[in-house]
Design a protein. Sequence first.
Length: 355
Amino acid sequence: MNVTWRTWFELTRISNLPSVITSCLVGVFMITPLALDPLLVVGTVLPLLLAIAFIYLGGFVLNDVFDLEIDRRERPGRPLPSGRVSVFGAGRLAIALMCSALVLVMLGELVSARAAGETGGLQIAFPWGLAAALVLVVLVFLYDWFHTRSAWWVLAMGGCRGMVYVTCLLVMTDQLEFTARRPLVLEYLTWPNLIALPVVPFILSMSLYVAAFSLIARSEVRDEQGEGATIPRWLRNGCLACTFLPLMTLMVVKLAGGLVAWSRNSEAVMNSPLFRGDMLMTVVSSGLAAVWFILAWRRYLARPHSPGGAIQMWIAGIALLDAVYLIQYGQGILSVACLLLFAVTVWGHKRIKGT
């Protein structure tokens, strides 16, 4: 069977891939100093980027395999129902991508352990990053298999996005331990770090964000009578509110941290150009990003029974939110990369539909 590149791109919904890469970048650089080692950048970051990309591409392929009957009715032009790609070939591709991803994560774990060795030797603790990657693969598989049976499986979709951040963060840190001999990431789960630092609040808010617009997207799928899924008004309004949750979370955590710093040493903080510039950047970046989400919100309300355009804006918004995170926490160059990937996602959606 002669399959063109465009067919594979449609099958894998490759236009969504840039937003997956930006989440991986945020997960890797949530703890800034750890990424300064060239060995970690080349041996861990690059394999992680490929691994997360492979998992998501494989997940999109599996989604089409499990949704074949729905696509024959609703989207006969998709690669599988149109016969451009065989079901066997698609399944084989998905399995190959998932297995390759796990191998790449294992490679990243080994390099991370090598970089963490105090004497230059290889010291391997429990591979929490690989365990997280396995959880991500299982969540992807369960969502693809069961998501048509209940609307609440969108929580698994949100969990998949959250596990991208967690997997990357753990692979970068699970071999680095404090003198108390516990994984570094556990410091973010202690009080008040649990809410005072952005890692956990941002991951949770992004998971809810993805789950929210995924639930809204269910109305894009029609049943045999041509009717879309009905979402109760209260639930729809809650989902729309959740599309602003990550942005609000970033602002609240950042501004609250600034307020605490000011209360402890008000004169020195207020006289610091760095502090004032940091707070100004937080407000400006959040305000500009908010415009995108307001436009998506208005687009959905204008055509609630045809939400595809708004859904694609929310998908692209993932890259925008990742850029805001990196801007607010001192990764200016990477934030520019995320903004470029945001633009690539918007451009790609005009050529290959992301939903």
